[in-house]
Write a protein of this length. Sequence first.
Length: 117
Amino acid sequence: QVQLVESGGGLVQPGGSLRLSCGASGSAFSTYTMKWYRQAPGKQRDWVAAITSGGNTFYVDSVKGRFTISRDNAKNTVYLQMNSLKPEDTAIYYCNGRPDGRSQAYWGQGTQVTVSS
């Protein structure tokens, strides 16, 4: 059983930055595709960014050029660096991890990001 724990959320002004972290328990983290999702109030949970076990990265169009996903396999951690934040980025951000070749995916509990002046 894998546990994912997000941290780094908070309140930031428009144009500001935050870095989210997601730490994973267990072994074989390097074989996981890791993703970030977000869910705004009253809306569905949407995919934001992904990084494969090979280090390839993908982003939803609305965050391209502003967000960067990265991973440190030695620390079992995936990051989401968020720059030039906008009020519409306000949401609960969730970490998701899935071992390559398997259907089982794991979720963290989420961390709140609020962008407001």
